[in-house]
Design a protein around this ligand. Structure first.
Ligand code: GTP
Ligand code: SPV
Ligand code: MN
Length: 596
C-alpha cells in the first residue's frame, strides 16, 4: 500500500506508516520532503479544494486564508487525554484513559477514515537540526492544511528523515479530521509509546502534533524521564546599548502575552536597547556543562493570536505576517486582505466574518474569532535572534511566570530563592481565555502555564522543578509578573507591550545583581526609583497601584490555595505548602509586629 519513497529506508518507520495506512485506508500516500516545489503543489491542491483561499498578492504575497469548522476553533481540554498505564501517572489535573481503552475507542474512528483521501506523511524535527536537544516526530494526517502548517511550524521533510536515519526513536503521530464532529473528537497521548492519536478536529493545537502534543505533553514526560524541562515559555534575548545580551524565558498561559513579549520593541526611553526573539511559545531547557540552564525553541514558526496584534502593540508580528503566512478564522476584506479587532486599522465598511457570513462595520458580533491565528515562518521576524537556530541554545539568566490577574498580583516580584520561585510557578492563577473552549475570564490555577500541557502527574512535575535546582550550579533567577492588573474603573493599570521593557530591565539587573529591591512577605519588589519610569505616560499613583502588594488580598490568595493543594493530592511536594505557610506567617508578622 505504501507508495515507494526514496526519502527513507528506515524499516521501523516504513512498517509503522504501512500499519497506519492499513488502518485508515487512504487512496494515496504522499511522503513530504519539505521542498518549495511541494509547498506549491500542496497549496494548489488546497486552493482547488477550497481549503485555502489566496490573499491579495500585492498586499499579502504568498499568504492564504483558512476557515476552520465553526465548532472547531480552539483547543479542547475536556477531550484531551493522557493515556498512561496507571491513572496516578496522569495525575489529578489530566483526563485519563487506559492505553488499551483509548486505542480501542479510537481505532474504529480511524478505521477507513482516510478512504477517498490522501495520507500525508509529515516527518519533522522539533528543535534545530543536529541539536542534541531536538526530537524527531512523524505525523500522518489527511489534512493538507496540517501538512502546510507543519511546514512552517517545524523543520519538516527530508531534513527530519536525514536526522532520524535508521533510528526508531521518533514520535508516532496519527491525525484524521473526520467530519469535525465534537462527539467524535479526541486528542490522546501515549507517553510510554511516544505516540499521539488525534481525531475529529482540524484546529491548530489539536492537530499540529509537534506543538502542544509532542513539544509539551510528550516532551514534559520525556523531560522528567531524561532530566530536562519542556515548558510553555517564550525565549528572548535583551541586548543593552553596550552589547551585553541576557536571555530570559517566560511562562504565561495561552493568550496572555508570550508572542507579544518575545517580539517587544523597547520604548524611546530605552534607546539602543534591543529585544531579540528566540521563541514565542515553547522552550526546551537542559543543564549545560557550565551549570547554567540552556534553552532551545523547538519550533520554526509562530502560531500566534491575531486579535489585538497591531503595529502599535506588536510591530514585529505585523511585519512577520506580511508574506508566506496562513491566516485562520480572521475576517476577510473585499480586497482579499485580512482584518481583526485591535488590528489598529479602521474596520472595513463590509467584510466576511470568521464564519463566512457578511459582516458590517459597527456590528456587535466579532468579525474575527477571538482565537483566530496566523502561522508565520520565524525567518520573517525582523527581531529574530541570530541564535534562534543554534543547536546549543541560549543560556537563561531569568525565568518569569505571569498570569492574567485583575487583582492581587503586582507588576513584578522576584522570588527569594528557587523554592520560592517554584511556588510562584506552581500557584500561578490566570483568567481563562479564548485559546481553549469554555468560559472566558474565570480565574483558575494554571501552574507554570502548563495546566493543559503537562503530560504527567502535576505534583511530580513540581517535584521535577524542585529537583532541577540541585543540578544547576548557576540557576536562573525566578520572577512573577502581571501586565493585567485593573483599576477601579476596570481598565488595565499598566500600559503593557513595549513598556514592559521597564520591568524586563529590572529583571535583568536583578539577575545580574546590580539593582535594589524591597522585601515583602512574598518576594522582592522594586524600591521607589528602581524601575525606570521616565517618559512613561501614566501617573505615579497608577504605577503605585500596579506595583503594590496588598496584604489583605495576598492573605486571601494564599488561603485560597488550600483547595488547589488538596486537589494536587498526596504526591505534592510538602515544601510548597510550607512555603505558603511561611508567607502567611510573614504577612501576620508585618501586619502585627508584636507577633513572635
Ligand atoms: P498563545 O499563543 O495562546 O500561547 O498566547 P500568547 O501567550 O503568545 O499570547 P499573545 O502574545 O498572543 O497575546 C494574547 C493577547 O494578550 C493579545 O490580545 C494581546 O494583545 C494581549 N496582550 C499581550 N501583551 C499584553 C500586555 O502587555 N498588556 C495587555 N493589556 N495585553 C497584552
Ligand atoms: C495555546 O493555546 O497556548 C497556543 C495555541 O499556543 S495552540 O497551538 O492551539 O495550542
Ligand atoms: Mn501557547
Amino acid at each position: 500500500m505504501t507508495q515507494p519513497t526514496s526519502l527513507t529506508s528506515n524499516k521501523t518507520l516504513l512498517a509503522w506508516v504501512d500499519e497506519m495506512a492499513k488502518l485508515t485506508k487512504p487512496d494515496r500516500i504522499v511522503w513530504c520532503d519539505g521542498s518549495e516545489e511541494e509547498r506549491k503543489r500542496f497549496t494548489e491542491e488546497a486552493v482547488g479544494a477550497g481549503i485555502l483561499e489566496p490573499l491579495n498578492p500585492e498586499t499579502r504575497p504568498g499568504c492564504y486564508f483558512h476557515r476552520s469548522n465553526s465548532n472547531d476553533v480552539a483547543r479542547v481540554e475536556h477531550l484531551t487525554f493522557i493515556c498512561t498505564p496507571e491513572k496516578e501517572e496522569a495525575g489529578p489535573t489530566n483526563n485519563w484513559m487506559a492505553p488499551a481503552d483509548a486505542y480501542a475507542k479510537l481505532t474504529p474512528l480511524f478505521d477507513g477514515s482516510m478512504t477517498g483521501r490522501t495520507m500525508y506523511v509529515v516527518p519533522y524535527i522539533m528543535g534545530p537540526a543536529g541539536s542534541p536537544m531536538s526530537k524527531v516526530g512523524v505525523e500522518v494526517t489527511d489534512s493538507v492544511y496540517v501538512a502546510l502548517n507543519m511546514r512552517i511550524m517545524t523543520r519538516m521533510g527530508k531534513i527530519a528523515l536525514d536526522q532520524l536515519g535508521d533510528s526508531n526513536d521518533f514520535n508516532r503521530g496519527l491525525h484524521s479530521t473526520l467530519d469535525c464532529n465534537p462527539e467524535r473528537r479526541f486528542i490522546c497521548h501515549f507517553p510510554q509509546d511516544n505516540t499521539i492519536w488525534s481525531v475529529g478536529s482540524g484546529y491548530g493545537g489539536n492537530v499540529l502534533l509537534g506543538k502542544k502534543c509532542l513539544a509539551l505533553r510528550i516532551g514534559s514526560y520525556l523531560g522528567k524521564k531524561e532530566g530536562w524541562l519542556a515548558e510553555h515559555m517564550l525565549i528572548l534575548g535583551v541586548e543593552s546599548p553596550e552589547g551585553e545580551t541576557t536571555y530570559v524565558a517566560a511562562a504565561f498561559p495561552s493568550a496572555c502575552g508570550k508572542t507579544n513579549f518575545s517580539m517587544m520593541i523597547p520604548p524611546k526611553r530605552f534607546k539602543g536597547w534591543k529585544v531579540w526573539t528566540v521563541g514565542d511559545d515553547i522552550a526546551w531547557m537542559r543543564v549545560g556543562e557550565d551549570g547554567r540552564l540552556w534553552a532551545i525553541n523547538p519550533e520554526a514558526g509562530y502560531f500566534g493570536v491575531a486579535p489585538g496584534t497591531s503595529m502599535e502593540s506588536n510591530a514585529n508580528a505585523m511585519l512577520s505576517i506580511r508574506s508566506n503566512t496562513i491566516f485562520t478564522n480572521v475576517a476577510l476584506t473585499s480586497d482579499k486582505d485580512v482584518w481583526w479587532e485591535g488590528m489598529g486599522t479602521p474596520a472595513p465598511e463590509e467584510a466576511t466574518d470568521w464564519q463566512g457570513r457578511p459582516w458590517k462595520k459597527g456590528s456587535t458580533e466579532k468579525a474575527a474569532h477571538p482565537n483566530s491565528r496566523f502561522t508565520a515562518p520565524a525567518q520573517n521576524n525582523p527581531a529574530l535572534s541570530k541564535y534562534w537556530d543554534d543547536p546549543k541554545g541560549v543560556p537563561i539568566s531569568a525565568i518569569i511566570f505571569g498570569g492574567r490577574r485583575a487583582t492581587t498580583v503586582p507588576l513584578v516580584m522576584q522570588a527569594f530563592n528557587w523554592v520560592n520561585g517554584v511556588f510562584f510557578g506552581a500557584t500561578m492563577g490566570s483568567e481563562t481565555t479564548a485559546a481553549a473552549t469554555g468560559a472566558v475570564g474565570i480565574v483558575r490555577r494554571d501552574p507554570f502555564a502548563m495546566l493543559p500541557f503537562c503530560g504527567y502527574n502535576m505534583s511530580d512535575y513540581f517535584g521535577h522543578w524542585l529537583a532541577m535546582q540541585t543540578k544547576l550550579a548557576n540557576p536562573p533567577k525566578l520572577f512573577m509578573v502581571n501586565w493585567f492588573r485593573k483599576g477601579k474603573d476596570g481598565s488595565f493599570l499598566w500600559p503593557g507591550y513595549g513598556e514592559n521593557m521597564r520591568v524586563l530591565k529590572w529583571v535583568i539587573d536583578r539577575s545580574r545583581l546590580r539593582v535594589g529591591g524591597y522585601e515583602t512577605p512574598m518576594g522582592w519588589v522594586p524600591k521607589a526609583g528602581d524601575l525606570d519610569l521616565s517618559e512613561l505616560a501614566i501617573s505615579s499613583e497608577t504605577v503605585d497601584e500596579a506595583t503594590s502588594v496588598n496584604f489583605t488580598e495576598w492573605k486571601q490568595e494564599l488561603e485560597s490555595l488550600d483547595a488547589f493543594f488538596d486537589q494536587m493530592g498526596p504526591r505534592m511536594p510538602k515544601v510548597l505548602r510550607l512555603q505558603r505557610d511561611l508567607m502567611l506567617a510573614r504577612i501576620e508578622l508585618m501586619a502585627d509586629p508584636t507577633v513572635t
